[in-house]
Design a protein around this ligand. Structure first.
Ligand SMILES: C[S@@+](CC[C@H](N)C(=O)[O-])C[C@H]1O[C@@H](n2cnc3c(N)ncnc32)[C@H](O)[C@@H]1O
Length: 297
């Protein structure tokens, strides 16, 4: 099974990211497809575990054998936009149902058995760090489309009062767990279950304002009443609505991972604010897909 070229790619990719992995951070993209000369395959570290994702119906046997030789718990999932299956165990020790990873010293609850996503989107690491750095104690942060709430954790670590908003009760409970994991009391924070548009309208009506709002919606979603959200059509409305819930001088982090829209087209939807686009983290070496813009009012 010797494949020196493939071994060289793996060694080089791991070496390149050596300085990113440390006792504070073990949530890293280790191989980023074409960006590391391995088109179609992505290797990520989640705490103690490794996840290899690839397109096609199975894992390349050479890649499987070479990665297995590192002795880590290795899981595989198929990269597929439409068929989102849970990862399968490939080799090494099996991970418990729930385990933890670390990002800049903050703990995150993870799972390889809870569906297609593992509990954190690691491509948002630098944005969370930027949020944490800009927060002053007592400021308010609204984290919409929050998933497991890790933007809220980053903000709360800097002393923010956070509101974590998601359609899914499962993810809101997961977010509460993330607070506890970091010795923070979820009771000191707010959790809102339901559709982002619905809550933003409600906040606007009540005159409730935030210092920072995080907008990182999926490309397509359907709310609890069946109403559809599409990034290319609806982002401008979402942004405007969020802006109406901002304190004077407040900021919005507007993100999308929709590949069908350029950064320019995305920014054109973000009206009446000073905009600053930021790049993806350095371990994401393939074509950048996540567009992130800090909007200041
Ligand atoms: C793309 S992820 C968001 C990623 C998250 N911002 C992060 O960085 O971890 C999608 C999340 O949005 C939630 N969601 C989808 N549609 C929603 C809606 N209309 N209102 C609120 N949450 C929604 C899903 O339940 C899921 O947790």
């Amino acid at each position: 099974m010797s494949n020196p070229r493939l071994q060289e790619i793996i060694t080089k990719s791991l070496k390149k990211r050596e300085n990113l992995q440390n006792s504070d951070t073990n949530l890293i993209r280790l191989i980023d497809g074409g960006g590391d000369a391995l088109r179609g395959s992505i290797l990520e570290s989640y705490g103690e575990g490794w996840m290899i994702s690839s397109s096609g119906s199975g894992l390349n046997p050479d890649l499987r054998d070479l990665l297995s030789a590192y002795g880590k718990p290795l899981y595989w999932k198929r990269l597929d936009q439409h068929q989102k299956e849970s990862p399968v165990h490939v080799s090494g020790p099996e991970m418990p149902e729930f385990f933890t990873g670390k990002e800049n010293g903050l703990q995150c609850r993870l799972s390889f058995q809870s569906g297609y996503s593992q509990g954190i989107f690691i491509d948002q690491r630098d944005n969370r760090a930027a949020l944490r750095a800009m927060i002053k104690p007592g400021q308010s942060v609204l984290n919409t489309f929050a998933y497991t709430g890790f933007f809220s954790i980053a903000a709360a670590a800097a002393g923010a009062i956070t509101s974590t908003l998601d359609l899914s009760q499962v993810y809101l409970d997961w977010a509460r767990n993330n607070f506890r994991l970091n010795d923070m009391d979820p009771e000191d924070h707010y959790f809102c279950k339901g559709d982002t548009f619905h809550w933003l309208r409600r906040f606007a009506k009540q005159g409730r304002k935030f210092d920072v709002i995080i907008l990182d919606p999926p490309t397509f979603s359907r709310d609890d009443k069946g109403k559809v959200f599409r990034v290319e059509k609806d982002y401008g409305t979402l942004f405007k609505l969020a802006a109406s819930c901002l304190e004077p001088g407040g900021k919005i982090l507007a993100c999308t991972n929709f590949r069908g829209m350029s950064l320019r087209e995305f920014m054109a939807q973000l009206k009446e604010a000073d905009l600053k686009a930021v790049e993806m983290p350095e371990d994401f070496t393939d074509a950048p897909y996540l567009k992130s813009v800090w909007a200041r009012f």
